[in-house]
Design a protein around this ligand. Sequence first.
Ligand code: HEC
Length: 469
Amino acid sequence: MDMLGMYPTFYVPQIGTAWVMGIIGTIHVVASHTSVGAAFLFALLGTKAYRENKPQLMDYVKRYGMLLLVFSYIIGSVTGVGIWYSITIASPRGTAGLIHNFVWVWAAEWVYFTVEVIGVYALVYLIGKVDKLTHLKLTWAFALASWATMLLILGIISFMMWPGSEVWYQTGSTNHAFYNINFFAHLGVRTGSMLVMATIVGLMVVSAMKDKSDALKKDVVRTLTPVGLIGGAVAVIMFFYYLQTLPANAKVMLDAHLLPRYATGMIAVVAVTAVYLVLSWLKPLSLRLWITVPLFLFIGIVGVWPEERTRESMRKPYVAGQYIYGNQVIARDVPGKRIKAEVDHIAEHGLLKVHPFIPERLRTITYENRLEVGRLLTKISCANCHALEPGAPLRNIPDKFHGSTDKDLIAAFINGPLKHGAVSYMPRIDLPAEEVDAIATYLADANQRRLQGIEEDAGRSAMARPEKE
Ligand code: HEC
């Protein structure tokens, strides 16, 4: 019988690999969006300095550029690599799928990124050292290269949500994947919000400039704040357009689970930021670092983190292109890529027999190893989206079963809604009776142990063996 192309399952207790990815991703988004947005602010300020002959504006660009070099670019680059590491272990097949679809897009993105990094150094260190027009051209080239990195990545990230039509499944073409239904809306949201973030950081830089003239500060603030406000408006409008481009499963998640939890915070971020930008425009000399820094953190924590989580959660049960489930099983045929659906194959033979990374001694369920096997199967089938520990923050399964210790009830859920793919945000999970029984036994036992206050240790030994799992 055919082994599937599955990889070992990596599990981070309590938060799963999902949150590891989410935390790194959020930091990356904040750093990278600020950098790309700032590149455009530099281009605008540079143009103004050139046209109106105000070289002092370039002093400001230099300060802000230095800040980017020291913080944004370092943090952005390190977390960029961090994303690759974390997605590869969290979702090896999802990552492989994206590479197979977009290899030249990634390659192009890295070229633009190289231009961007060289560009920011050149921009900062060549101020006053080359003639002004050359410097201005360099600044615009830097801005466009920065935005190109965002544009290229967004085609890929938007495809993760879904291609939006049947065509790509038949052709497997990179163009059909890249120009998916989500792409322009998503690009609009990010382009707008990057300008907002860069403006707020720009105001931070102004408020820290004690040694500069009031006229310069005023000039900078009055140039930046309208850009931030327009960016914010574009982001909000494009966000509503973006909602129209989502698949049905995403809308269910959004309405049932995400908006009730996050909507208020996100509205607050938009409102507070808008008010702050307007006030800054009115009173450009009253900017204070102790307001701008917390505001930036507020945007990051109450705005960007929920936004990233929402996008990741809405995509459930899929991790990419509505053909790879979160638990790495292929959900459907993709003739254009010669990919075959796997759920029925697993149902027929059993996950224990077709998953290459099951320790040999666990391939057959016995009375002694049933908890260990149960834990392993739960990890493989569910832990991409659910923590295993009761009370854990990543929608832990013991709590999702309301602490039930009734094995039959748990098995009925797996054999009912999950087997028939009846829950729009969960994969269709169809397993042979004895495997369902092992999962149900393990989960019922986890809840039983919680009731009795016993630390869980079932199956730990199997998981800890590096050569097997
Ligand atoms: C691809 C992601 C994913 C996988 C894999 C997954 N689930 Fe879920 N599950 C979800 C999401 C999303 C929810 C919605 C709950 C939330 O966000 O709080 C959910 C909710 C649940 C619920 C609560 C009932 C409901 O309909 O909301 C139970 C019970 C559950 N999952 C059990 C399981 C079990 C058991 C497995 C493995 C056999 C599993 N899930 C695999 C994503 C997943």
